[in-house]
Write a protein that binds this ligand. Structure first.
Ligand code: PLP
Length: 409
């Protein structure tokens, strides 16, 4: 099915999720099941419920009607048999990996990953005897082979905006379990299961929810793999609570509409930044200057709202960061509002590596505002950053990290 068809069909389905029928009037929106436990029938029926995978009426760490509703929508979006909703994107990454590795298993992953995923791969899994090899992202498909048990990819990667050639990885390691973090692209722009992935993980905190008010994560894929991930999560306990699941289901109803706008705004902002004399390079897969633009056109149907760009120096980058008004200096991404971060000054506290992020790089999550307003704000910040008065207004004691916003007109 063409990607446009997939998103056209799924918005109608997203707006009409199955809601449990009730006597005397079925609610149009699923109520929030704010309960940790459920009144059980007598055994043996209770024993049957207790032994089921993700029962919706047993105990909320195991599942809930709100989680089941969001999971059905998420599985549908990814074209997956099943989805598992968890309490954060990292819970999803952890459940997907931990449920498929043990001592001696050979994992190949990228040197570019979201920082906490990198810590899991580089430090946590090897401490349990898992053999993890981190290789340059662009050549992941050349580093995997028939001896690889698990491949973990993230495309485009945070914050470098480098792509992984998923079809090439699949072809090079046909028997490996391929797990893909699709948080940046989302199923609107990249469909990893169609390209041969076995499991897709996403931080639902980002575009899927889209309103910067939920922390959640999702794993999608074949039923037996999701059931296994559920068993791991049941034991480790990173539950997505019913209210968060309910908020996510609400956010998902407008997901395709928001993504269409993120794609348009992302491209407009990337083009404007690329034309600015103070910008050294823009990393956005939709620009023909992106070194993997040809791959991006093959693998992505749109290029999203995430981009990063480099300026002349770290000092200049922190001046830009201090000078935006509309773009808020906040971590996370994929919400309605434009956010900007300086990853190099944040990454060390989150387990990144010194060489993983260029200190003159800024990352932007392009929001849903009028594109002209976002462009005006970033352009103004770049112009102001070239002004010596901005430099003077910055706090010299803060040493380049997290400058307070100077009070400039
Ligand atoms: N994967 C990517 C690409 C991310 O950017 C993030 C968070 O920023 C995560 C996973 C983790 O998601 P969460 O913060 O919801 O645990």
């Amino acid at each position: 099915m063409a990607i446009e068809d997939a998103s056209r069909l799924s918005i109608t389905r997203l707006l009409h999720p199955a809601v449990e029928e009730r006597p005397g009037g079925t609610p149009v929106t699923t109520p929030i099941y704010q309960t940790s436990t459920y009144d059980l029938p007598r055994t043996p029926e209770a024993a049957r419920i207790a032994a089921a995978v993700a029962p919706t009426g047993y105990y909320t760490r195991y599942g809930s009607p709100n989680n089941a509703e969001a999971e059905a929508m998420l599985a549908d979006l990814d074209g997956a048999e099943r989805a598992l909703l968890l309490g954060s994107g990292m819970a999803a990454v952890s459940a997907a990996l931990i449920s498929n590795v043990r001592a001696g298993v050979r994992v190949v992953a990228q040197t570019n990953h979201y920082a906490a995923a990198l810590t899991l791969l580089r430090d946590v899994l090897p401490s349990f005897g898992v053999e993890v090899r981190l290789v340059p992202q662009e050549s992941l498909h050349e580093a995997v082979d028939a001896d690889t048990d698990v491949v973990y990819a993230e495309t485009p990667s945070n914050p470098a905006m480098v792509l992984t050639d998923l079809a090439a990885v699949r072809a090079a390691a046909p028997d490996a379990l391929l797990v893909v973090d699709n948080t940046f692209a989302t199923p609107y722009n990249t469909r990893p299961l169609d390209l041969g992935a076995d499991l897709v993980v996403q931080s639902a905190t980002k575009y899927l929810n889209g309103h910067s008010d939920v922390t959640a994560g999702v794993v999608t894929g074949r039923a037996e793999l999701i059931d296994r991930a559920w068993e791991t999560a049941r034991v480790l306990g990173p539950t997505c609570h019913p209210f968060e699941a309910w908020l996510l289901a609400r956010g998902l109803r407008t997901f395709p509409l928001r993504m269409a706008r993120h794609n348009d705004n992302g491209r407009a902002v990337a083009e404007a930044l690329a034309a600015h004399p103070r910008v050294v390079a823009v990393h956005y897969p939709g620009l023909s200057s992106h070194p993997q633009h040809a791959l991006a056109r093959r693998q992505m149907s749109g290029f999203g709202g995430m981009l990063s760009f480099t300026v002349e120096s770290e000092r200049f980058a922190t001046r830009v960061l201090a000078s935006t008004r509309l773009a808020r200096n906040a971590v996370s991404l994929g919400g309605m509002e434009t956010l900007i971060t300086h990853p190099a000054s944040l990454i060390f506290s989150h387990g990144g590596t010194a060489d993983s992020v260029d200190a003159s790089l800024l990352r932007v999550s392009v929001g849903l505002e009028e594109p002209a307003d976002i462009i005006a704000d970033l352009t103004r910040a770049l112009d102001l950053a070239a002004d010596p008065a901005v430099d003077a207004a910055l706090d010299p004691a803060s040493d380049g990290a997290l400058y307070p916003v100077p009070d400039l007109a």
